[in-house]
Design a protein. Structure first.
Length: 533
């Protein structure tokens, strides 16, 4: 304990920097002079856990370096902040720097912002964001893009570069579903406003106090994982019921006159953002980067540079996918990119991210995604409308397309005056893989139970061997997935079973059967080709 600081005052000081109860527990023992081993023993945790907790405290107070000097530096910093607060009556008065005891211009709470040890490229994006935030004084900036594309890394790098321009820098992740009430309470504590929020004080009053602080002080507030506040299984941009008041936060920060900036990081664009965009509200679509991909491959020292561009193109410059690809090539293919491309391996490690994003889609959005994956090339809305089994109005189709665009899942291009839509490469690979797996499960279940209602994708989507190279690829993958069944039944026996099922489908209506009959005929034809000697 620091003798000159009462424990309740010390707790208030460290809480304002986002120090958790577990971290405070370790800190208090360290300030009393306990060794790492003694702290570990008293708390019943490992030495590594103790160092990690204390390391987080040092990070939150911007104390770097190594050795015991860090604790002494923290003691000095805490004591000076406390004394300044006692003298000035406000914790955001001038505070000492780590090294000289002179005043700090900013007060920072990086929350769950990740440590970025290496940063590749993105010079153009950084320049645009700096222009908007520093020179144009934008009040709201959104970083949008597919999960894993590099939005958070870009935001951390940017914030580190421009932090000196702000009196306060606050980073919060919304991944765990932080309520607006809790966020405002944390901000009130960080900003240490003289008036504490009353228990009965409504959200609007607390928002007004926040806006007032943003007027008086230049603040950078960063909210990561914003998509977790938005409703799944609906069109993009709608808030979950319990988080609808965040819309008011976004609107008021965007429209009020103040000197600060709110940065949103999201894989899904909030619906109100399109209406707010203008001189003081901007959004950046973070795309895949060839430059980032090349830097990753160089760092991993992969061989076969002549294939690097092809590999980057295949994964759409998706940063996380390329990092995983590079590690896989290094481990399984001895660093040979050409060998990896021959095997056409799919990287399963990013599937959890894509699964999360896909499961958020409405059923109509999923149907469109499967059609785009089957097509494998840019597709016009008219063609899409014609292919969809159940009738859908042009207006509803356009709403679904716009929703997928807000989710950063599709790409648009114009050819001869027509707007065409396609999937970005990494999403196309994921959707194709998912489609094949589900259709194979449906076929195997149908062979056993012969219940037409269990055929969903096989009925609703057409797989034609004469259509595209992508359709041929899907058929081949289906055959590969069915290979254990072929070995068990024999190809000839399986073809007979499928023909029997096909004959029964002729008694059903087109609406009941959908594309199932055509798909069965195509699959039977493919399997019969395997029977030809």
């Amino acid at each position: 304990m620091i003798p000159a600081i009462p424990q309740d005052a010390l707790q208030e000081l460290v809480a304002a920097r986002g120090v958790s109860d577990a971290e405070l527990e370790a800190l208090l023992l360290a300030l009393e002079g306990e060794s790492t081993a003694a702290i570990a023993s008293k708390l019943g945790i490992s030495n590594i856990a103790v160092r990690k907790r204390l390391g987080e405290v040092y990070r939150k107070f911007n104390i770097t370096g190594r050795g015991p000097g860090k604790l002494a530096e923290l003691k000095h910093l805490l004591l000076t902040i406390h004394q300044n607060k006692q003298e000035n009556g406000d914790a955001y008065a001038e505070q000492p720097t780590k090294s000289t005891g002179a005043s700090l211009r900013s007060r920072q709470d990086w929350g769950e912002a990740p440590e970025i040890s290496v940063f590749y490229g993105r010079a153009r994006e950084i320049a645009s964001l700096e222009q908007w935030i520093i020179k144009d004084r934008c009040r709201l900036v959104a970083l949008l893009g597919l999960a894993g594309i590099g939005k958070t890394t870009l935001a951390v790098q940017l914030a580190k570069q421009i932090q000196e321009e702000f009196e306060f820098v606050v980073w919060r992740s919304l991944r765990s579903g932080l309520s607006l009430e809790d966020l405002l309470s944390q901000l009130n504590q960080i900003f240490s406003t003289s008036k504490k929020a009353a228990p009965t004080e409504d959200i609007n009053t607390r928002l007004s106090r926040l806006i007032e602080h943003l007027r008086k002080h230049r603040c950078l507030l960063i909210l990561d994982d914003f998509e977790t506040l938005l409703s799944p299984e609906e069109l993009a941009g709608k808030y979950r019921r319990e988080y609808e008041n965040y819309r008011e936060l976004v609107r008021r920060i965007a429209e009020a006159n103040h000197n600060s900036c709110l940065m949103l990081i999201s894989s899904e664009k909030p619906a109100e953002l399109a209406l707010l965009e203008g001189e003081k509200v901007c959004s950046l679509q973070v795309l895949g980067s060839k430059e980032v991909g090349l830097a990753i491959f160089q760092e991993k020292r992969l061989y076969g540079q002549e294939y690097w561009n092809l590999l980057i193109e295949r994964y759409g410059g998706h940063a996380l996918a390329l990092k995983i690809v590079a590690s896989t090539i290094k481990e399984l293919c001895n660093g040979q990119v050409g060998e990896f491309l021959k095997n056409s391996l799919f990287i399963g490690d990013i599937r959890y991210l894509l699964d999360f994003q896909f499961e958020r889609l409405s059923e109509s959005e999923k149907e469109i995604m499967y059609w785009l994956a089957i097509e494998g090339q840019p597709m016009a809305i008219a063609t899409l409308k014609e292919n969809i089994l159940l009738p859908i109005s042009q207006a509803d189709l356009l709403k679904n397309i716009a929703s997928l665009d807000r989710r950063s899942l599709i790409e648009k291009q114009v050819e001869r005056g027509n707007t065409l839509f396609t999937l970005i490469p990494v999403i196309s690979k994921y959707i194709t893989e998912r489609f094949v797996e589900l259709v194979c499960e449906e076929i195997l279940d149908f062979i056993t139970n012969q219940k037409l209602e269990n055929l969903k994708l096989f009925r609703s989507h057409l797989i034609s061997s004469s259509k595209t190279a992508q359709s041929r690829s899907i058929l081949q993958r289906l055959k590969n997935k069915l290979s254990p069944t072929l070995m068990r039944y024999g190809c000839d026996e399986l073809v007979k079973t499928l023909k029997q099922i096909l004959s029964k489908l002729t008694e059903k209506t087109h609406l009941e059967v959908g594309y199932a009959s055509t798909n069965l005929k195509t699959l039977i034809s493919e399997l019969k080709d395997d029977l030809i000697p």
